[in-house]
Design a protein around this ligand. Structure first.
Ligand SMILES: [Zn+2]
Length: 374
């Protein structure tokens, strides 16, 4: 089997009959104009995971590049990967344009290629991955110590919709670590201050500022449509509520907690992987009584600590959204800032867990908040 050379006019005819045309140049090259109706996926990206971009191997695939050489090379690799009907446009986009066939300019949004150029250069992210981030929705509970760095980095990375819930207002004592907020916004609702900071960084995003305390009554509404849920609240009742909701709604939960000089992070994905991966209750089935619960007292915290843990959480969110690497599921990562040491513990799924055991019916929400004085 060989790559079939075709003219731009023939490619146009076949495209109109349903063949897939893929422009395999790099994003910055396509920005100058690409064949109308073509899918933009760089050669490296396409060859690495053809199934993610193309229909089944029997489908007709047409490839185009700048002058015809790269698309031919790409075609040979697709044939090796099992695709059977592969053609390459001779003379590439140059010949397409010379033949007065229609071009489109994907750089209606030049911001995209510029802003995310360091992501676009990673084949593991690439244009398809970046577009996926832009289409993602992440629900963040808490716009404080953990919520600040993690929302900041998610906004910078181009997560398209960030829903942030917090019912507090900005106080001066927050500014030692809650980097989303600023002196001039003391007294402002934290979610509004967060919205301003995030949009100043990346104005193209959607930030949904929810000035509410998340409870059993509104948690499902808040998590609706979220691809990933992040616990940036660092309080115990919220942690159980989010855990239970995420198991019920089958959503991954990125967990983080901090105290004094120590922090920890994990991913709880039991909702999508019952019996295989743990939930938070597999680790701690019940909250301790309020007088022993750290969230009910006001311990000190080293200002940079939430930065470390929040950025670990943001890293896990981006990996989950892009299906990249090995998530921190089934593992609890502990950080000791004074010793500057990370330790990892395995967390197995508890086969008798009251929430996530396979086949267990959802037991209903419990609002621990009302037992907690602080
Ligand atoms: Zn569990």
């Amino acid at each position: 089997m060989a790559v079939e050379p075709i003219s731009p006019e023939e490619a146009r005819r076949r495209q109109q009959r349903g063949a897939v045309l893929v422009d395999v140049r790099e994003p910055h090259e396509r920005a100058a104009g690409m064949a109308e109706g073509a899918l933009g996926v760089s050669l490296a990206e396409l060859v690495q995971s053809p199934a993610q971009h193309l229909p089944e191997p029997g489908a007709e695939v047409l490839l185009i590049c700048e002058g015809g050489a790269r698309s031919h090379r790409c075609g040979e690799q697709l044939l090796q990967a099992g695709y059977r009907r592969v053609a390459s446009v001779e003379g590439g986009t140059r010949a397409w344009a010379a033949g007065a066939l229609p071009l489109v300019h994907p750089a209606d949004d030049p911001d995209f290629y510029d802003r995310y150029s360091r992501h676009l250069r990673l084949p593991e992210v690439g244009e398809a991955g970046q577009r996926r981030l832009l289409q993602s929705r992440v629900a963040v509970v808490g716009a404080g110590g953990l919520g600040s760095p993690l929302a900041y980095y998610l906004a910078a990375a181009g997560v398209g919709t960030l829903a942030i819930a917090d019912d507090d207002v900005v106080e001066r004592s927050n500014l030692q670590r809650q980097i989303l907020h600023a002196e001039g916004r003391i007294g402002m609702p934290k979610v509004e201050s967060a919205r301003q900071a995030l949009l100043a960084l990346n104005p193209g995003l959607r930030v949904e500022a929810v000035q509410e305390r998340i409870t059993s009554a509104n948690v499902e509404r808040f998590l609706h449509g979220a691809d990933v849920v992040v616990d940036g609240g660092d309080n115990l009742p919220m942690r159980y509520l989010l855990n239970d909701a995420c198991v019920k709604l089958r959503k991954p939960l990125v967990y983080g907690a901090i105290d004094r000089f120590n922090g920890q992070a994990s991913v709880f994905d039991a909702g999508r992987h019952r019996g295989e991966l743990p939930c938070y209750r597999c680790l701690f089935p019940e909250p301790p009584p309020p007088e022993f619960a750290p969230s009910c007292s006001d311990n000190g915290v080293l200002g940079v600590l939430p930065g470390v843990i929040g950025v670990l959480q943001a890293t896990e969110v981006v990996k989950l959204l892009l299906d990249l690497g090995e998530p921190l599921s089934g593992r609890l990562l502990r950080f000791d800032a004074l010793a500057m040491r990370f330790r990892e513990t395995r967390v197995p799924a508890d086969p008798d867990c009251v929430v996530c055991a396979p086949g267990r019916e959802f037991p209903g929400y419990i609002d621990y908040a009302r037992f907690c004085a602080g």
